[in-house]
Design a protein around this ligand. Sequence first.
Ligand SMILES: NC(=O)c1ccc[n+]([C@@H]2O[C@H](COP(=O)([O-])OP(=O)(O)OC[C@H]3O[C@@H](n4cnc5c(N)ncnc54)[C@H](O)[C@@H]3O)[C@@H](O)[C@H]2O)c1
Length: 442
Amino acid sequence: MKRRAFLKSVAFTGAAGLILPRIHLFGADAPGNKLNIALLGTWGRGEAHFDGIAGENVVALCDVNEKHLAFGARKFPGARQYVDWRKCLDQKDVEAVVCCTADHTHAFVANWSMNRGQHVYCEKPLANCVQEARLVRATYLKHRHKLATQVGTQRHEYENFNRVRELILDGAIGELQEVSAWGDRQLPKPGYLPAAGDPPKDFHWDLWLGPSPAHPWNPDYFSGTSGMNCLQWNMFWDFGSGQVGDMGSHTMDIAWNALDADLPISAEAKGDPFNPEVTPVKLEMHFEIPANNWRQAVRVSWYQGGAMPESPVRYLDLRKIDHGALFEGSKGCLVADFQSRALFPHGNQADLTYYQPRPKSALIPPLGNFQRQWINACKGNLKTACDFDYGGRMIEMLMLGLVAYRAGRKIKYDGTAGRVTDCPEANELLARKYRPGWTLQG
Ligand SMILES: NC(=O)c1ccc[n+]([C@@H]2O[C@H](COP(=O)([O-])OP(=O)(O)OC[C@H]3O[C@@H](n4cnc5c(N)ncnc54)[C@H](O)[C@@H]3O)[C@@H](O)[C@H]2O)c1
């Protein structure tokens, strides 16, 4: 039975009946309990989602490249096909959307989908500027009682994320003081690619550009291998946010998961000289994150492209970790990559008597398969690890770092109002300008 028909049939059983039957009567994996999914982007990262959604009803496919659309259709022959995601989202039976399009369309797709009552799994980065992050988060918060969302930071399923969080919360490094995350990927480019003729007839370049300013076609934007092609375009300001949104989304997640953080009250950044076409390769950004009910205020930093935090342990070479996080506390530090961690108590006071490891029964339970968690949440309790509140706050912070970089000075931020309070020019950089006809609020 289709979800909407089913909900209609129980509509008179009262509010509790609306939430419980789907999962309890049928079970999330029961044959009659399939989710109607639209997959946007049917190659590359989209292909990585094929197996995860194959057990559901994939009812719609969308890709601006008709060759890629045909590739998706071979896997899901029953789905209707689109080249324009705006039309795809209007297909009446779409209940949930998996968005694997280019970064500059993520916030648009996410917001339009939620406005239509559709659950969303959105590939990272969730947004391409502060304003987009705030809008997507606000829309989600309005609909969180009925929609399940997940930002595609699938490494979050590694149990190491839980172990790091437990060590920090349980005081293994004493009082938490500072957190840094970094990535070493370097993809320098001089500027947008030059004009190279007309796009092929089966590539809808204007739809790929979508809300971004027009740029001439060049096939090199699409010369990457499946799942890595984003590295051909995500460093250009109009299409992405470089390694900040790319590996920053994944790696800062190790830290964010252990912080229970709200938005920063300040941001500062420095790096390569500003290039109006290309995001910086070398960059460091620092944020002041306010205290919460279990820790003091902390400094959170992101380093990339050769910029690195200083190692607090003489014999520990952080550069050997390509993407990692460093937690510094009053009694030691914890270094982690995605799947492992190492604890370094330091100083005479660091005898670990202040730290009690948890019994097995109190460990944070594994979340299982990350994509499956979202599918189950759509059908059941709506709870996911990286919803648009958690992920929205994190990407807002990272995008604010790019604002500070462009402003060239430390800025103070009011996270409630979403305004920089001491630098009017920086407020101009919180939002992007879109081509006429494109609106985030569709
Ligand atoms: N979670 C991860 O580990 C991970 C890994 C790789 C990529 N990604 C993310 O996935 C997204 C796609 O990356 P990719 O490397 O697959 O890029 P890509 O350029 O290969 O794009 C993927 C597919 O989406 C299509 N597409 C792009 N824009 C579209 C639009 N507006 N409408 C419809 N179809 C569109 C492309 O034609 C392509 O078939 C990026 O945002 C990237 O950050 C995430």
